[in-house]
Design a protein around this ligand. Structure first.
Ligand SMILES: Cc1cc2nc3c(=O)[nH]c(=O)nc-3n(C[C@H](O)[C@H](O)[C@H](O)COP(=O)(O)OP(=O)(O)OC[C@H]3O[C@@H](n4cnc5c(N)ncnc54)[C@H](O)[C@@H]3O)c2cc1C
Length: 392
């Protein structure tokens, strides 16, 4: 297929999916998320409801018990969650982490894990890549896995491994060949499926990491953890490619959450601007209130179009690195623009927890930092699209 043959749907595509997600999310109103935020608790009931409806298995092929839907449909699910005021990050990694197993797992691994992930029996929501000392410089990560008979012995530390305490499995990126012994720095990294349940206390320790948002993120310590060699995904030393392959899908999926956030903020801000009377008139009558919301709406619409394009190219199997990165940049910024407009529109009440704006404002900010920070997206565009020198 050629780029010129790709069609982009406009309007509310996947209406039945949207309606189904809205119905579930209606049972989990703002007060539910506020309560969880205050208790730093995990949305177990919401995740169960989304799993039971099959939404978290959207991308798992039908032969493994999933819905086998296109990436755009999965994105629509996440967008509607955020549009409804829910926080899909509690479970979204299940969609893109699973992709590494689907694309690079052996037939045995797929048969063993995918049906149980699809049914909700197993959660694969933890993705251990980032490390405290190396950050974005992934190929320098220090966690190592050394082959010992039919096992690998893992030693090292991860940080910001979200949902590890609410997941059965973790996808782990570790170095199997030391950096000074590889030709390319991206060689010698390997991906493993770690069974968290059987590993805890046997070389695996997970500590919650207090954060600005209720993201259930953790620090993970590996001290001689033995991982069966059969849990190696995609071949020894090929882990970086395995992770990289999923990046466009990941960017496209999380961008949908940002679009959902932007819709929630714009709707909430517009409503409040109409309702709040100051100086005997609705504050929305003032252009100083109206225009930032309108500007955020325009930014959201632009980002949404770009996102639809990226998803359509992805679905057609065409290169979409540029589009996925541009969509991610624009969507995360549109969400933040809308969050800021909503906060400012609410004045002091934006800070009142019962209005839910401050919580959602905190949550929306993360899209510019994780899973990839804005500078790295810009560096991709600068280097790979515009042909400028690599900055790192
Ligand atoms: C709530 C939360 C959840 C997360 N969940 C996960 C998870 O589940 N799994 C996981 O593996 N990681 C996770 N992360 C980590 C996240 O992916 C990283 O924080 C992010 O990629 C940035 O890495 P860093 O924090 O080490 O920043 P650093 O690499 O230290 O960078 C700091 C700043 O410098 C900028 N910078 C660095 N190098 C360059 C350069 N060459 N050019 C321009 N700017 C540069 C970065 O863009 C950033 O703004 C999470 C983080 C947070 C906050």
């Amino acid at each position: 297929m050629k780029t010129t043959d790709v069609a982009v749907p406009l309007g509310e595509d996947y209406p039945e999916i949207r309606e189904g997600v809205r119905r579930i999310c209606a049972d989990f109103p703002d007060a539910y998320w506020k309560d969880l935020d205050e208790r730093e608790a995990y949305p177990t009931e919401w995740v169960k409801a989304m799993t039971a409806a099959g939404f978290l298995a959207a991308l798992i092929p039908e032969e493994y018990g999933g819905a086998g839907l296109p990436l755009r449909a999965a994105g629509v699910i996440l967008e509607e969650c955020h549009n409804a005021g829910c926080y899909a990050a509690a479970a979204h990694a299940q969609m893109y982490t699973m992709g590494s197993v689907l694309r690079h797992g052996s037939a045995g691994q797929k048969a063993k894990y995918l049906p149980r992930i699809a049914s909700g029996e197993l959660r694969l929501q933890a993705f251990g890549v980032t490390e405290p000392t190396t950050g974005t410089d992934t190929t320098k990560l220090k966690t190592k896995a050394v082959r010992d008979g039919d096992h690998y012995v893992v030693t090292g530390q991860k940080v910001w491994t979200s949902r590890a305490l609410h997941s059965d499995l973790m996808l782990l990126l570790a170095r199997t060949t030391p950096l000074d012994q590889v030709v390319k720095k991206t060689d010698g990294l390997s991906v493993f499926l770690v069974d968290i349940r059987t590993s805890l206390g046997k070389g695996l320790e997970i500590r919650p990491l207090k954060a600005m948002i209720n993201h259930h993120t953790t620090e993970v310590f590996f001290d001689g953890l033995r991982v069966p060699a059969e849990n190696l995904v995609g071949g020894e030393g090929k882990g970086f490619r395995c992770i990289l392959d999923g990046m466009n899908a990941e960017r496209i999926l999380v961008s949908h959450e940002s679009i959902g956030d932007a819709r929630w903020f714009i709707r909430t801000a517009s409503r409040y601007a109409n309702e709040r009377i100051v100086f005997d008139r609705p504050i929305g009558q003032n252009q100083g209130i109206q225009f930032p919301i309108a500007r955020a709406y325009a930014a959201m619409q632009g980002a949404d179009m770009m996102l639809r394009k990226a998803a359509a190219l992805f679905h057609a199997g065409l290169p979409c690195g540029e589009d996925a990165n541009v969509a991610k940049l624009l969507a995360s910024e549109a969400a933040w623009q809308a969050a800021e407009a909503c906060m400012q529109t609410h004045g002091g009440y934006g800070y009142a927890r019962e209005y839910h704006v401050e919580r959602r404002w905190r949550e929306a900010r993360i899209a510019q930092i994780a899973p990839i920070s804005t500078n790295l997206v810009l560096a991709y565009i600068g280097e790979h699209v515009l042909g400028m020198p690599r900055s790192y």
